[in-house]
Write a protein that binds this ligand. Structure first.
Ligand SMILES: O=C(O)CCC(=O)C(=O)O
Length: 270
């Protein structure tokens, strides 16, 4: 895509692949100079989690308790870092998400950072994103996961189970659980045949909200850092208002649109 991005960047074939498999990638998104800048910014956030924690939506609690064991994962970096905030609105991301979701208006849900230091044993257990998002409905969400480092199986690149977006909703899995935890509850016919997707720095994978995905430990000599941007259909509503949608977000009642400053519309059909 590079700088000549188009609002609908994918070919019919790529859209068909996404619909069949539930994911697409690698997709080039960022220039290398942007990657270098973002590495510094993400390192800063990672190294200062204690002081910025209150500005974020969430930091993986098990990581804070056992940082040598559990992968580092936090939500809300866009509220702290200017460049992450700009990326939320970047047409290279929003055009891609809107096309794959087939929406005429796209809304931002939240961002995430996944940080695996060199040689770190932490994994991201197999999960479906929407299993953590049922407080928003309908399920029409998509994730763009951009790598800031070259990722392969050795450094714990993402893996996906093609077709699992059709399996219905599986239970949520804690990020401190074993990689294979979800497999305990799979049904006959839910064939678990994962595909690892190596991705160069600056490129992304994009996945459907119900596609099973996970990633192994980082056995490499360098960090494996990823930025995830989660988008949804602009008509998404609050399905459960018993708790704030995200920490610090203003209260929205059940049935209301998930809207407001924290959930901007980021793309509209021309
Ligand atoms: O980067 C990873 O290993 C996990 C990413 C993930 O779960 C996501 O982007 O939804």
């Amino acid at each position: 895509m590079g700088k000549d991005h188009h609002p609908a960047p994918f070919s019919h074939g790529q859209v068909a692949d996404f619909q069949r498999d539930g994911f697409l990638g690698p997709v080039p998104i960022l220039e290398m100079e942007e990657v270098l800048d973002l590495r510094d910014r993400v390192d800063y956030l990672f190294q200062n989690l204690d002081s910025i924690e209150s500005e974020l939506y969430e930091v993986e609690a098990a990581h804070m308790e056992r940082p040598e064991e559990v992968v580092c994962h936090f939500l809300g970096g866009w509220r702290v870092d200017k460049r992450l905030r700009e990326l939320v609105f970047d047409p290279r991301l929003t055009g891609a998400a809107a096309q794959l979701l087939e929406v005429s208006r796209l809304r931002f849900w939240h961002d995430q950072v996944f940080y695996k230091p060199a040689g770190h044993p932490g994994v991201v257990p197999w999960h479906q994103d929407y299993s953590y998002w049922t407080r928003t409905a309908p399920a029409r969400h998509v994730t763009i996961n951009i790598l800031l480092d070259n990722a392969d199986e050795d450094s714990g690149c993402l893996q996906f189970v093609p077709g699992s977006q059709e399996w219905g909703l599986l239970p949520p899995v804690g990020f401190d659980q074993p990689l294979e935890k979800i497999r305990e509850g799979l049904l006959a016919g839910q064939e678990f045949l994962p595909r690892a997707v190596p991705v160069p720095a600056g490129s992304a994978t994009i996945h459907h909200s119900h596609t099973l995905h996970g990633s192994g430990p980082n056995g490499s000599k360098g960090p494996r850092r990823a930025l995830a941007f989660n988008y949804m259909c602009a008509e998404t509503r609050v399905a459960d208002d018993s708790e704030p949608l995200l920490r610090g977000a203003p209260h929205l009642s059940q049935g209301e649109f998930v809207a407001g400053e924290l959930f901007p519309v980021v793309w509209k059909a021309p």
